[in-house]
Design a binder for this molecule. Structure first.
Ligand code: PLP
Length: 351
């Protein structure tokens, strides 16, 4: 990234510098496509996951020469706020689909909504950003398609952590973000399940990204995304055992701990837990003072206080939701970090 930041290339120019920039972008495009088994020709770079999701949630989608229109958007109740907001859909056509107590999509509710609105645009995330709970995307795709619908999968949290093949899952379109896999902030991607499928641009202008996203590309950030994608892909399946260590440590410290989504398939890097009676805000400060950055379940965006919509949708009581702490491990986490985290938790519980 540093090397590219120092170069003034405009990848749309035909001169040598421009061509060098283009080469960097195309190589990153192949690396990002590989992360989800996609076709590089069907990858569009954006300024992040939020822009990718806002672009994709479009009532008009191009299928080769045809344009399909959607009158209804169904989103799971645990989506990231940038999906819950509905993108380019009118607010009165958005319906939320419930989840069970473990945070897994309620298939009966999805089927009810699909029967009411056949041919809907459906958006379900691969893995939740607060709990790490993984949705059964292949089965969801089958149900959506059986009702003539179209499926978008926000794979921002799952990509690079679990093996994903967009074609095998039969997801129509996926969205990704670089900073969840150790890449830079402010770059993301839309991966369509084929170059013939087109989501109309949100940004209009110079026709970059084959007209799907105008604006001079952020070459350095895209290069960083590409490398992060390649490294994350190589690491998939490597289990450092951090989650087991962390969760067994929590249970050892307190018999009262609740780990949300514990019984179902979850990302190995995310734990959302609650210690009843311990205020999350106080706990976050104690961890911070020890140099450990964790979030309270209620503050999924900076500074926002209030019970997490994810835990609420899972039917978690207010008392537990208020104490929820989210921990995630990443490419730079070490075993010693888990030990420090558990020592702070032990001190907190002794208070
Ligand atoms: N979707 C999910 C599931 C996320 O967790 C996030 C970020 O936290 C986003 C979308 C938004 O991505 P970005 O931060 O790149 O805009």
């Amino acid at each position: 990234m540093l090397e590219h930041l120092g170069r003034p290339f405009n990848p749309s120019s035909v001169h040598r510098e421009g061509r060098a920039g283009r080469k960097v972008i195309e190589s990153a495009r192949a690396q990002v496509a590989a992360l989800v088994g996609g076709d590089p020709k069907a990858v569009t770079f954006t300024s992040g996951g939020t822009e990718a999701n806002n672009t994709v949630l479009s009532p008009r989608v191009q299928f080769g020469a045809d344009v399909r229109t959607f009158d209804s958007l169904l989103v799971s109740a645990v989506e990231h706020p940038c999906v819950l907001s509905g993108g380019r859909f009118a607010q009165n056509v958005i319906d939320r689909i419930g989840v069970d107590r473990d945070g897994v999509l309620d298939f009966a509710d999805l089927e009810r909504a699909l029967n009411e609105h056949p041919g809907s645009f459906v958006s379900v995330m691969y893995a939740n950003n607060e709990t790490g709970v993984i949705q059964p995307i292949k089965q969801i795709a089958a149900l959506v398609h059986a009702h003539g619908g179209f499926l978008h999968v926000d794979a921002v949290q799952a990509a690079g952590k679990v093996a994903i093949d967009i074609y095998e899952l039969e997801a129509d379109v996926m969205t990704l973000s670089a900073h969840k896999i150790g890449g830079p902030q402010g770059v993301g991607a839309i991966v369509r399940c084929g170059a013939g499928l087109g989501v109309p641009a949100l940004m209009h202008g110079g026709g970059q990204e084959l007209g799907y996203r105008a604006g001079t590309e952020n070459v350095a950030a895209i290069a960083g995304f590409g490398v992060a994608a390649e490294e994350a892909l190589a690491e998939i399946g490597v289990d450092h055992g951090y989650q087991r260590k962390l969760e067994s440590g929590l249970k050892f410290i307190s018999g009262d701990v609740t780990i949300f989504g514990e019984k179902v398939r979850r990302l190995a890097n995310t734990t959302c837990f609650s210690l009843p009676g311990k205020r999350a805000e106080t706990a976050v400060i104690s961890y911070d003072m020890a140099g450990i950055a964790v979030s309270s379940g209620s503050a999924c965006s900076s500074g926002k206080v209030g019970a997490s919509h994810v835990l609420k949708a899972m039917g978690v009581e207010e008392r537990l939701a208020e104490s929820a702490i989210r921990v995630s491990t990443g490419w730079n986490t070490k075993v010693a970090d888990i030990d420090s985290f558990l020592s702070v938790t032990m001190r907190l519980c002794a208070l």
